[in-house]
Structures are given as C-alpha cells and as structure tokens.
Design a protein around this ligand. Structure first.
Ligand code: UFG
Length: 329
C-alpha cells in the first residue's frame, strides 16, 4: 500500500516514513523543507519538495503516485511563536490543510491520519485529560490544530473523508540507532535543552518557574517516545483502511513528570550532574498536562513501550552522533 507522508522531513514525519518503509509500506514524502531536513528524508521513499498550500503541486503528486492514504505532519508547532505570528500559523496550518483536503477530495483519496496536539485542550481541571474534555486552546497553535480537526469533521460529512486525529502530548526521543532524531532551530523543547548541558553546548538548563501548583512547584508533562507515537499512527492507518469511522485519540503515557524530575532522570541517564537555575515562568505554560490514552489502547490496541529513561537515552545517542544536528541548512 502506498502512503503519502506530508511533512516527512521533520522530526516526527521522518520517524514515520522510516518505520512505514520498515513495515513494508510504499512511502511518498512531501515537504517544503522549511523546518525539515534533507538528511532526515527516508532514502527508500520517493520525495517531492513543495508546499501543501500549492494546489497544483499537490494535485500533480496525487495524480502521479496514486496513494491510498495520507499521514499529515506538516505544521508549524511552536506555541510561543504562534502567539506573535498568528497569521503565519493560520496560513501554514489551516490554509495548508484546506488545500491538502481539496487535493485529496479531487483525487479521491479519502483517508487521513492527522497530527493534532494536546494544545487543543489548554488549561483543564480534570486529569488525566480524556477526549471528551472540552477543547479550550490558549494559544494560536492549539487553535489552528482545532480548526484543522473541525475541517476534517465537515469534510467527512460532505465527502466521506475518513480521518483519525491524534492529539499528542510531549513527544521525545529518537530512533534507537541514532540515525534520525530531533533537530529544531531554534530548539525550545525541554529534553534536547537539558541534554545540551552534558553535550557542552549550554552552561545550564533554565527551569521556567518553580511556583506552580504541583508537588515540586515545576510544570508536569506527559512524555511519549516518538517510536511509540508512530506505532499509534500506523495502527490508526490500519483502523481507517479496515473501514472504521473517523475518530479522535489522545496519545500520551498517562504518567506525568515535573521539570525537576526530568533533570534528575537525565542526570541518571548521562551519569553526571546537570547544572540548573530557576528563571521566570514561560507565558502560556499550563501547570499540568497528563493524557488519558485509554481510548487509543482500547480501540487501536496501542501500548507505548518506551520508558522515560529510554526517551532521554535515545535522544542523547542521536546528539552524540549528530553533535551539531543534521548540518544541512
Ligand atoms: N521548560 C523549562 N525549561 C526549558 C524548556 C522547557 O523549564 O528550557 C519546561 C516548560 O516550561 C514546560 C516543560 O518544560 O513546562 C516542557 O516544555 P516543552 O517546550 O518541551 O514542551 P511544551 O509542553 O511546551 O510543548 C509541547 C509540544 C507542543 C504542544 C504542547 C501542548 O511541544 O507542540 O506540548 O501544550 F503544543
């Protein structure tokens, strides 16, 4: 079966493309390389460089490749930047998905697995967060993901486009061989930044606030290994190919770790102390985000395998092999 991976040169998309090919799928990657890396592109896949907002480009790829389904990762995803560049985020994420759906419908491709986000939930009061919680995005990024979900809902009703929307929590780690991993510029995520200290690229890790209403005062997040996350995407793809209806699933580990706990675990993994300092809170950070993944476990028969130590360990391995990232920009 042939699958189009949109955003296949990015962190999560590159893992998806590799694992799909490993499992015997034919993969067609579409990416505009705005944040993705040429060196992260799965060599056994076909690659088309272009933007999903370009209908003619997408139409040509669909006509040439005859894919059965799409997995969609192409989105801008920095919460902070989304607050200062909202129009850019709506254009890239919402408009991009609109054009993608248009091209899919015109080419009779009616299955899509889509990367949504925990950011659609915003600040919630009940944990773990289930799919029934009322979305309440507090940043433009989360709002764009919610609108993308809504667009798919109505495209399903009108044209029968079946979708699975996967709301991720904090994705971490790298492919265990260290071939591909997370390389963002600028980097804003906690685990890569913590690891920059033992890698001698930063003097200390800044803890964004230690006066939250949590046991140790630092923010609690639910981390999931990128390989487990992709396993859920492939299960979602199989679920749609089996003729099931559209649905939404959370993907997390159901366990929360505070920023301080993350630093202690990283120290255990790398075998040395990591310098840290407490600084002011970062705008827009909810105190706690923990997912209920019960629905994905029950319906998709998904079960995450990687521990927190393995998430940090595989990420560290990638950085040891790629000291300055992919170096292709
Ligand atoms: N943090 C620090 N210091 C840092 C970096 C992060 O203390 O140098 C803290 C943050 O304040 C937060 C936690 O570490 O409490 C995790 O921060 P990340 O930036 O790694 O991840 P986020 O939780 O902000 O973001 C993730 C995804 C987003 C998604 C969001 C949903 O990366 O795409 O969860 O809230 F939208």
């Amino acid at each position: 079966m042939k699958v189009m991976v949109v955003g296949g040169a990015g962190y999560i998309g590159s893992h998806c493309s590799k694992i799909l090919v490993d499992r015997g799928y034919d993969v067609v990657i579409v990416d505009n390389l705005s944040t993705g890396h040429r060196k992260a592109i799965e060599p056994r896949a076909s690659f088309y460089e272009g933007d999903i907002r370009d209908y003619d480009f997408l139409d040509k790829v669909f006509k040439k490749e005859n894919v059965s389904a799409v997995i969609h990762f192409a989105a801008k995803s920095l919460v902070g930047v989304s607050m200062v560049e909202p129009i850019d985020y709506f254009d890239n994420n919402v408009n991009g998905t609109l054009v993608l759906l248009k091209a899919m419908v015109a080419n009779n491709v009616k299955k899509i697995v889509f990367s949504s986000s925990a950011a659609v939930y915003g600040e919630q009061k009940v944990f773990p967060i289930t799919e029934e919680a009322l979305p309440n995005p507090e940043c433009t990024y989360g709002e764009t993901k919610l609108q993308m979900e809504k667009m798919m809902k109505w495209a399903d009703i009108a044209y029968g486009v079946k979708y699975v929307s996967l709301r991720y929590f904090n994705v971490a780690g790298a492919f265990p061989t260290g071939e591909i991993g997370e390389d963002h510029n600028p980097e804003t995520h906690l685990i890569p930044l913590i690891l920059q200290v033992p890698l001698k690229k930063r003097e200390c890790i800044s803890i964004f606030g230690d006066n939250y209403d949590t046991p140790d005062g630092t923010c609690i997040r639910d981390y999931i290994h990128v390989v487990d996350l992709i396993d859920a995407h492939i299960k979602a793809l199989e679920y749609l190919m089996a003729g099931n209806n559209s649905d939404i699933f959370n993907l997390g580990s159901e366990e929360g770790f505070s920023v301080k706990e993350m630093i202690v675990t990283a120290e255990e993994v790398v075998g040395e102390k990591i310098a840290k300092k407490v600084v002011a809170r970062r705008a827009g950070d909810p105190a706690i985000l923990i997912a209920s993944s019960k629905k994905a476990k029950e319906v998709l028969k998904w079960k995450p395998q990687y521990s927190l130590k393995e998430m940090i360990g595989t990420a560290y391995h990638f950085y040891q092999l790629h000291k300055d990232g992919y170096q292709d920009k």
